[in-house]
Design a protein around this ligand. Sequence first.
Ligand code: CA2
Length: 150
Amino acid sequence: MIHSILILNGPNLNLLGTRQPEVYGPTTLQDIEDICTAKAEELDVSISFRQTNHEGELVDALHAARGTHAGIILNAGAYTHTSVALRDAISAIMLPVIELHISNIHAREDFRHRSFIAPVAIGQICGFGAAGYPLAMDALMSYIGGTPVD
Ligand code: CA2
C-alpha cells in the first residue's frame, strides 16, 4: 500500500521569493513546502518534497517514485518546454503526474506555451501562484481516489 505523493521541483525554483516577485510572487520554496506539509496533514497523506536544478536528477527521481509514491506533482520549470527525457520518464513510470506552474505559462512568452509534459500528464495547473500546489494535491488525491493504492 502506498499513501505518499512526490512533489518535485525543477531548475531555479530554489530562487523563489528572492527575485522576480512580480512574476512568481513573494513566496519562497520553503514556504511552499510548509503549505504542502499542512495540506498533507489535512488530506492524511505523506509527501516527499524535492527540488533539483539538474535534468538527470529529475529523471532519476521520477524513476525512483515507482513503488514509493502513488502520484507526482511536477513543476519541471524551464525543462517543461525542452525536455523529451522528462516526458519519456513520465511515460515510462506509469504513475499519475500533475504538471504544475506557479505562473500562467500560456499568458507569457510563446516558448512557454509549449509543454513536452502536458500530453503525458493527467492534467495541468498553472497561474495560481503558490496556491497551485495544494490545489494540485487535492486534484491528485481525488484522481487516485483518496485512499491508499497498491
Ligand atoms: O511558473 C512556473 O512555475 C515555471 O515552471 C517557472 C519556471 C519557468 O521556466 C516556467 O516557464 C514556468 C522558472 C522558475 C524560475 O524561478 C525563479 C524564481 C525567482 C527568480 C528567478 C527564477
